[in-house]
Design a protein around this ligand. Structure first.
Ligand SMILES: Nc1ncnc2c1ncn2[C@@H]1O[C@H](COP(=O)(O)OP(=O)(O)O)[C@@H](O)[C@H]1O
Ligand SMILES: [Mg+2]
Length: 303
């Protein structure tokens, strides 16, 4: 499996910049979420990591090797575009073994490998069935089997559950996460659904308008949004915002809003923890320290 790092990656389509300058690292074995609203550049980022799109500038490393200008075929990544795309004229075994056949693997080896993957996915009993009559869940397992069987360095999934109804989606997301935990395969998963990202991800990158707004573990992103966009996008019910006008002096640890004293959270971890207990956060990141008009005071209600 693999560590993937992208550094100052930018993508322009003509005069439009889809990804500004992204930098983050996906550690080996992580379930990693690319999260953000529609059009923010998630798919473009994923496609650049996969080699389906070349970055305008910046570097992409897989296990330390720079692959930014290499084609997809040299990156050994399984891209699960659409879970339900199966070959209709083949049975389950045929679908799963297809990538190995194309590689020219001997058939005894294919048989063993397909059996192994079918065990992992719990579909060993349906290997000889045609795919036409399968349930949605089994179709999805077969599609996953076809990706897993190659032993790729990483799995990329672009909104794989997007088309499913809420209940099935929930079940499948749990299954995907459980599957990941059994295999410990580096997985990059694109979603616009913050709940899905929070529930499934080891780490999350939050994007907006082609910009990485924040990168971290779900709990930190929830508790310590780095920008107002993240604070608004993550969490249900959403964070409250109160405009504050005034100066925050150096060393000052609270501000007054009407009759209330709002504690100022510092960037230091200890301060964060203390403020977390109070469930209050004064976030002035992204604003100039001397610019008194653009401070944001945000308070996450205790749940
Ligand atoms: N091949 C392309 N040519 C021109 N614009 C594109 C192309 N691919 C994506 N875009 C634009 O780049 C932006 C980001 O797209 P995309 O990465 O698909 O967003 P997301 O997956 O977050 O919804 C969108 O505004 C989209 O219209
Ligand atoms: Mg997309």
């Amino acid at each position: 499996m693999a560590q993937i790092r992208i550094e100052n990656v930018r993508k322009e389509f003509g005069s439009f910049t889809a990804v500004q300058s992204s930098t983050f690292t996906i550690e080996d074995g992580e379930f990693f979420m690319l999260l953000g609203p529609s059009g923010c550049g998630k798919t473009t980022t994923l496609r650049m990591m996969a080699g389906l799109e070349l970055p305008t500038s910046g570097q992409i490393y897989i296990d330390g090797e720079e692959v930014g200008q290499k084609p997809a075929s040299q990156r050994d990544i399984a891209f699960v575009f659409q879970m339900f795309a199966l070959y209709p004229h083949m049975n389950v075994r045929g679908n799963i073994s297809y990538p190995l056949k194309s590689q020219g693997m001997p058939s005894a080896q294919i048989k063993a490998k397909v059996g192994e993957v079918a065990e992992i996915l719990g579909i060993a009993d349906i290997l000889d069935r045609p795919v036409g009559g399968l349930s949605g869940g089994d179709r999805q397992r077969v599609a996953l089997g076809r990706a897993i069987v190659r032993d790729p360095k990483a799995f990329f999934m672009d909104e794989p559950l997007g088309a499913l109804d809420a209940e099935f989606r929930e079940r499948m997301s749990e299954e995907l996460r459980a599957l990941h935990d059994r295999m410990n395969a580096t997985t990059v998963y694109v979603t616009h659904d913050q709940l899905e990202a929070m529930q499934m991800g080891d780490k999350i990158v939050v994007m907006n308008h082609g910009v990485v707004e924040q990168f971290g573990v779900p709990q930190d992103i929830y508790d310590w949004p780095a920008t107002k966009f993240v604070a608004e996008f993550i969490g249900s019910p959403p964070m409250n915002f109160l405009d504050f006008e005034g100066m925050i002096e150096a060393g000052q640890d609270e501000v007054r809003l009407g009759d209330a004293a709002i504690a100022r959270a510092d960037t230091e971890r200890a301060e964060r923890e203390a403020a977390k207990d109070r469930s209050q956060l004064l976030d002035d990141k992204g604003a100039d320290a001397n610019d008194a008009t653009s401070k944001i005071v945000s308070i996450r209600s205790k749940t």
